[in-house]
Structures are given as C-alpha cells and as structure tokens.
Write a protein that binds this ligand. Sequence first.
Ligand SMILES: [Zn+2]
Length: 468
Amino acid sequence: MTRLPARSQKPRRIIEAAFFEKEIGPVSATELLAMTEDAWGILRDRLTDYAREKESGLLARCLMCEGRVFIQSRMHRGKRLPYFAHFKGGDPNCPWHRGMTMKPDDARAAQYQGRQESIAHRLLCEQLDLLARDDPRYLRSSVATYLPPTENSFGRYPDVYIEWEDFPAFAIEVQLSNTFQTEVSARSIHYQREGIPLIWVLYGIDPGGVDVPQSFRDVIRRHRGNAFVLDKEAINASRAEKTIVLKCFLRNVDGSFDGPVLTRIDQLTFPKRGLPYLEDRITSHLREQIDAVRRPWFKTLEPLREGWDWRALDMPEVLATLDHLRKEFPKLSHWETGKRDEDFTILRLVAVAFSILSTANGHERNYATRHPNVRALLNTLLHIPSGIQRYALLVELLLQHTALCGLLDGTVGQHIKRAKAQMEGNLSLSDDPEWAIMRHLVPEVFDPLVREELIYLQALPAWATPIT
Ligand SMILES: [Zn+2]
C-alpha cells in the first residue's frame, strides 16, 4: 500500500486510485504524485467545481467505495504533494477512508465571519472602488452590495463591482488570508455563469515567499499563473494613470515568480472560460514541456525525409534518440525480440505519427517513406504485411483526434478496417509500450488527462482538433 509520510511518522491510509469520468478513467495515487502542480491543481479545481457546475467540473470516485473524491495537498520535505480524499459524507467504512474532512458549509460560515471582522478587507475594497471612480470611463460601482442574479436564483455580494464605459462590467474579490477552495470555486463559477469577469486581488502575501498557501495557489492557478496584488506601489500607479493598476507576479515552471509588472486591468485578457490574466503561464508551460520532448525527435527525423531503410539505424543521432527513449521505456516493443528490430519498428511508428501530426499542423511532411503525402504513406504501410498493420488501432485513434480525421472516410479508413480484420489478435493494444511511448510524445491525443486539460483551458491546438 502506498503511504504518504505524515509529520507524526504514523502512516495514514490514503485513496489508492480514483476513477474519473469523461475519457480520463482511473488515476492512481502514484500517477497523481507524478503530475505537475498545474496538472493536479486543475483537477483539484474541477473536482471542487463539479458540485456547482457539472459542465466545467469533473467527477471522480474512490475506486474502493465509489464515493466522490477531491484532491488535497500537504507539504513534505519542502514539496507540495497531492492526494485524493473523500468528500464529507463518504462511506466511513471505506478501507481507504482517512477520517474527517472539512464540511463546505462550516468552511463558508467561518469564512464569512472572518470577513465581517476584517477592517483591512473593507478598507481595501473601498480603496479599489475609489480608484475605479477615478477612471474617466466610470459609470457606476459598488462595494459589498448585493448583486441580483440574471440567471441564478441566488445573488452574490461582490467585494467590488465596477462598470466602465465600453468595458465589460467586472467584479473584484479581495483575498486577505486563507479563503477556502469551496468558496473560490463557488465565486468563480457564479461570476462565470453571470458572464461577469472576476479578478482576485491578493493582499498581504509575498509570491516570492517560501510557501504560498494552497488557497492562494488555487486562485493564482485559476488566473493561469498570474498573482494580482494591490500594494502601495500599485495604488500610486493607479492614481497616476487614473484607472486600476495591479501588481502582477507571473509564475514560472519551478513555482517561482518573475519580478512584478504593473498592469492596468484593461490590459488583461478576458477568456471565455476562466479568470482574466496578463500572460497564460499554464498553457505556455505545458506547451514548452511537450515541445521539449518532441524537439529531438523532429531533429532526428528531418534528414530521413528523403526516405530511409535499415541503414538509418547506423546513424548516431537516430541511435542516441532511441537510446534516450529507452531510458524511460526499457522495452520499446513486446512484438520484437532483438534491439535492432525494436528500434526499426519504433522509429517507423514515430515517423508515421509525426508525419500525421506535422501534416495536420499545416506542414506536409513524410518522415517514413518516399511517398508524396501522408495518405499514400498510410495506404501503403497499412497494406503491406511488413508495414504498420499491427498499429491500425493506434493510427486510427491518432487520426480521429486530429484535423486529418477526414482521411478515415476514404481509402485510409478502408485500409485500417482491413488491417484490423487481418491482424485480429495481433493488434497492438493500449497497454503496449508503443502506446505509452505515444502518450509521452503526443500527449495532446494519447494522454486523456492532458487532452482534457487543454480542452478545459481552451488551448487544444488546431491540429489536434478534429474537423467535422
Ligand atoms: Zn472510498
């Protein structure tokens, strides 16, 4: 059993695996631990959002008792580790149950009581309101006034609500100390539904500090890696520019923050889903990571565009790239016995996949054969017995999830169908190393978690979007 180290040294029971809806499926505690903080953080947001909005939320159940789960985190040796936890009211007899979790209602009550007592909070809201009034476009604003809903049965009291001419009406929430995740979720969803952009302004935190609390991290992630802070300098800049200027800290891959930039609210991007941002640091980080994995492969394949055979395996760059892959996947294929056969099979499979990927991306490439285009390449390799018939399912899934999905309606589709019938029990299935290698190299298609995250962030690249 996997155990998370507890401060008390006493091992605690944890949920070993959760089953996610949509195309994601089961995610183990170990897989969760291996994710980047953004990846598990977004899952955390969406599991919490689900209670209020099924559309953008996600549902995951404990694999043991089927109770709903969410993601909590704890610090361990300076690292923040995620783990699954049951929602309150889960089956207390679940073998993976680890006792009490916070009731959302109690949390909210505590939060509101905290708010009422906070003079600093009130002063900050009034400050923001004053700055908003200074803007020449000012129409109206309010501080902690009940805002009647347009689409919901319940309204909200936004900390500050602002209307400027020729600018979308927006709300600001001031976050002084720990706000609970459920509250962040509730407010984010509420304003999303109402079509009112929401900006969380943090106060009294130093994003460069050693440990930014989880609640602040949740807000920063929802702002796509942007931390907005109101301090003396921001207030002075606001007065000088006669509008609201915030200090924006942009988060890096390693969790550190770039030096602050003073940013006018009207400089921010207001996405259709999610909170406004100056720079989308989450999507850009994800893209960088994926590109870094693919780059050496594109470099290796480039000289092979003229056509290649077994002799390609004598090229040092080709061998180096395959050996690098072997570090992560010691056995590249169970279908081949010798290293050289394995290398040839995988090199050709990757060459085929990257030809599809590149062509779907508007750059027609054939890294696998001398044929003039991807259609001819696929028709041939899916037809000949020494080709890629064994990978008919893999190629089909790839095509289905790209802009080239139309190929499935033509001869390529027919060849895949025939290859599937011909190979039957000898088809490569999704638990083969080849599929794991594809999840690694083309996660936009083969890794359901990454694909789902990109769809959620409205950042799925055009090549990975089927044209219907
Ligand atoms: Zn359970």
